[in-house]
Design a protein around this ligand. Structure first.
Ligand code: EPZ
Length: 452
């Protein structure tokens, strides 16, 4: 492998403290594509990383306290975690990401409440510094976030929530300018539809607001429960986690804690779909099936065997093709939108047909034309895609501009005849830690190459 091991980078932040951001394996910039040769069944073990979408929120929550915070089981190798670390460092937090999955974060002082375009544009989750900054400092200027190209993805629910809590919000020059000089006040906020990010952003801010905040029609994702549990350990008063009504009573200050991040259910589900497509038997280490009941139903219905075995999940498919099956994405506990592309890739070789309906994002079928270039038979009708199973896929040069669409193409490559080149793996590396090593470890033929 041509990867080079980078030195630990050390720097001094504005508060005069030494910070270290471990860059770990740095891939030479010309290795920006993956080559997959299809046909191998998968066998062995894959260690599941900590959940990206919980880890990012834990890191933002560290802005709420001047005490040191330590998180374990963090996916420190992910592009998104590194990007957020850079932003938090800029805001004045000392950030140490250790290669053993420990993140040590200390926002003793906030150096600036401005999150500039250059640091925010790469990742939509950056908007989650807004709630903590507003709660702790009474102000924040956040550049409007970017992220995956899966739809328009506004942040209006976040902003309306903060306004209901007494903040004054203006949009000016591409920035969200939020002010609450006399502090945030508790409010009853009813979301018109479920939003993961708005629930988290407002829940964080409400922990330090004056009085009681009630969030109705709140999101119930496991990552929100994990974040809420960490906040409770910090001294926050939160009830109703995992239900659609969350009640938060503000406190004066929060403490530092040590907390272990939950396993990544989307990474787990992705490798389950990989086994569903390629066949074989794989033990997914250190993960939880109870986060994935909406996926396990369709997978076992289609013909797979899946069981929790202690801290591991065992996944098996024999040589038979899976049955076509229908799914529809919904907020948790429904089928996750973040597994829709992988499930569709798996269905391309099913017996019969399956229908995949996307209800969360309006532009999340970008993998479809690319899968079709590999020989899949998929027709889009509105927000549904009908996948008619084919006997074989053929390797091709493909590309995707969103994280989950990219991984779906990698999965298709695992069974396609010949060679599949997946270009622009930047997005993949935002959300899948060591994917090449993990898939190689279970027998896949996959390597990093330079884009042609
Ligand atoms: C989170 O995004 C995840 N990201 C996404 O993961 C995931 O797809 C999504 O939740 C849904 O499960 C992180 O946790 C960092 P939302 P988020 O607010 O919070 C609309 C991945 O691949 N909306 O629940 O941004 C929005 O456009 C990804 O890891 C508004 O209209 O999602 C979408 O259609 C990408 N106004 C729907 O709601 C708002 O103010 C749900 O979005 C907020 C959202």
């Amino acid at each position: 492998m041509n990867a080079v091991k980078a030195e630990q980078a050390q720097a001094v932040n504005g508060a005069g403290e030494v910070i270290e951001i471990i860059h770990g394996e740095v891939k030479p910039s010309n290795l920006n594509a993956l080559r997959v040769r299809g046909g191998n069944r998968l066998k062995g073990e894959i260690k599941i990383s900590g959940a990206k979408n919980a880890a990012l929120k834990h890191m933002c929550a560290a802005l709420l306290t001047d005490q040191p915070m330590e998180f374990t089981n963090m996916p420190v190798g992910l592009g998104d975690v590194r990007t957020l670390a850079e932003l938090l460092d800029y805001l004045g937090m000392s950030v140490a990401l250790r290669s053993d999955g420990v993140a040590m974060l200390h926002a003793k002082e906030i150096k600036t409440t401005i999150a500039p375009y250059d640091l925010v544009r790469k990742m939509r989750a950056s908007v989650l510094v807004l709630g903590p900054l507003l709660a702790r400092c009474g102000q924040a200027d956040i550049s409007m976030p970017g992220g995956c190209a899966i739809g328009t993805r506004p942040v209006d629910l976040h902003l309306k929530g903060f306004e209901a809590m007494g903040a004054n919000i203006e949009l000016d020059g591409g920035y969200i300018k939020a002010r609450a000089p006399r502090g945030l006040k508790g409010a009853h906020i009813t979301f018109p539809f479920v939003s993961v990010g708005a629930t988290e952003n407002i829940m964080m801010a409400a922990t330090l607001a004056e009085g009681i905040t009630v969030l109705s029609n709140a999101a119930r994702e496991p990552e929100i429960i994990d974040q809420g549990n960490a906040l409770i350990a910090m001294g926050a008063k939160i009830e109703g986690l995992g239900t659609s009504e969350i009640r938060i009573e503000g406190v004066k200050s929060l403490n530092g804690i040590t907390h272990s991040c939950i396993p990544d259910r989307i990474e787990t589900g992705t490798y389950m779909c990989a086994v569903g497509l390629a066949g074989g038997e794989v033990r997914l280490k250190n993960t939880r099936l109870d986060f994935l009941s909406s996926l396990v139903g369709p997978l076992t219905g289609a013909g797979m065997e899946i069981k929790q075995d202690g801290d591991d999940v065992f996944v098996y498919r024999n040589g038979n093709h899976l049955q076509g099956i229908d799914i529809m994405t919904e907020p948790f506990p429904g089928f996750p939108t973040d597994l829709q592309a992988q499930f569709m890739a798996m269905m391309t070789m099913c017996k019969g047909a399956g229908m995949v309906t996307e209800t969360i994002f309006e532009n999340r079928f970008m993998h479809v034309p690319e899968l079709c270039r590999m020989g899949a038979n998929i027709t889009i009708q509105g927000n549904s895609a009908i996948v008619r199973g084919v006997d074989k896929l053929k390797g091709a040069e493909v590309m995707a501009t969103d994280l989950r669409a990219s991984v779906a193409l990698v999965l298709a490559g695992l069974v396609a005849e010949g060679e599949t080149i997946v270009n622009r793996i930047y997005h993949l590396e935002r959300g899948y830690e060591n994917i090449v090593e993990k898939l190689t470890g279970v027998g896949a033929d996959i390597e990093r190459v330079s884009e042609r």
